[in-house]
Unconditional design. Structure first.
Length: 174
């Protein structure tokens, strides 16, 4: 099984804006599949194309695996959040591109997302709770936004300091 390498902060590709997919063809389907394989290999519940240095608007998620071993992979091209609930909630988020850092992020608890599926068909999906948080987190990635951007400046700087210290100790050049 071939997987991508997940890119970590501070790589600038994480701050880039991904471009719309014109058609979900074999090449895009192959990217979707490899992204799903990568997400499972890294034990994530979601992954956005920017995180594997591809600037196509593609995300993959599988939040079902938090509750069971059954895989329910979903791949979305051009995901667009077309409705957000006023009700909000907190979830402790992490990100494969900011390894080992977690923080409570408040977001709308329910959303509706429109996307193009692996068969190039437009779909709409209602999501709540973890799935809603995950989709919002991944769609943010496509616009170069990270979960730490939703925190207060003080909390963001605290996390970044901790992250940079950890990366230096691991021998990464920052
Ligand atoms: Zn992320």
């Amino acid at each position: 099984m071939e997987i991508y390498q997940v890119i970590a902060l501070p790589d600038p590709v994480l701050r880039a804006t991904a471009q719309p997919v014109q058609t979900v063809n074999d090449a895009i389907r192959a990217q979707m599949k490899k992204m799903l394989d990568t997400m499972y290999a890294y034990e994530g519940v979601g992954l956005a194309a920017n995180q594997v240095a591809i600037l196509n608007r593609i995300i993959v998620i599988d939040t079902a695996r938090r509750e069971s071993d059954v895989k329910k992979p979903i791949a979305m091209a051009n995901p667009e959040i077309i409705w957000r609930s006023e009700e909000r909630w907190d979830y402790k988020e992490g990100c494969l591109s900011i390894p080992q850092m977690y923080a409570d992020v408040e977001r709308p608890k329910f959303i509706k997302v429109r996307y193009v599926d692996e068969n190039n068909q437009v779909q709409e999906m209602d999501a709540g709770g973890l799935a809603a948080t995950c989709i919002q987190h991944e769609v943010d990635h496509l616009d170069g936004i990270l979960f730490i951007d939703h925190l207060s400046r003080l909390r963001r700087e605290t996390i970044l300091k901790k992250y940079e210290k950890m990366r230096r100790e691991e021998g990464h050049v920052l």
